[in-house]
Write a protein that binds this ligand. Structure first.
Ligand code: ZN
Ligand code: ZN
Length: 125
């Protein structure tokens, strides 16, 4: 099974084989600022199951884990489509929204709940 994630304008395309290894919801303020949404949603895939086509620009920042994270976004429309968490060197994280698929598997974990917006219910009650 293959799923395709793209930026807003379609120039940057990422093809992923199989289901993600992990889908993680991140409430940290950095993810809020990156997405413009109250949380980020990342699907983790082994790099060998990901094929990137199209140009992109990159932005690297540090994270609480002490390992940097390098985000890749379309140079034309600015959508972040995928990134590399240095804490998980064999993996790409793909922005779940970039798949535009309402049937995409939901998150199995959430992190940085200390900055979760008040109206969002905990994932596991
Ligand atoms: Zn684009
Ligand atoms: Zn985050």
């Amino acid at each position: 099974m293959q799923r395709v994630a793209t930026c807003s304008c379609g120039e940057l395309t990422v093809r992923c084989t199989d289901d993600p290894v992990l889908v993680s919801m991140c409430h940290c303020v950095s993810c809020q600022k990156r997405t413009g949404a109250p949380y980020g949603l990342a699907a983790f895939y082994h790099k060998e199951n990901v094929q990137v086509s199209g140009g992109y620009r990159s932005f690297e920042r540090s994270s609480d884990s002490g390992y940097p994270v390098r985000f890749h976004f379309c140079g034309t429309c600015g959508s972040t489509v995928f990134w590399e968490p240095f804490r998980k060197p064999g993996m790409f994280a793909i922005a779940v929204g970039a798949f535009g698929d309402p049937c995409f598997p939901g998150p199995s974990q959430e992190v940085h709940t200390e900055s979760r917006h008040a109206w969002i219910k905990p994932l596991k009650a």
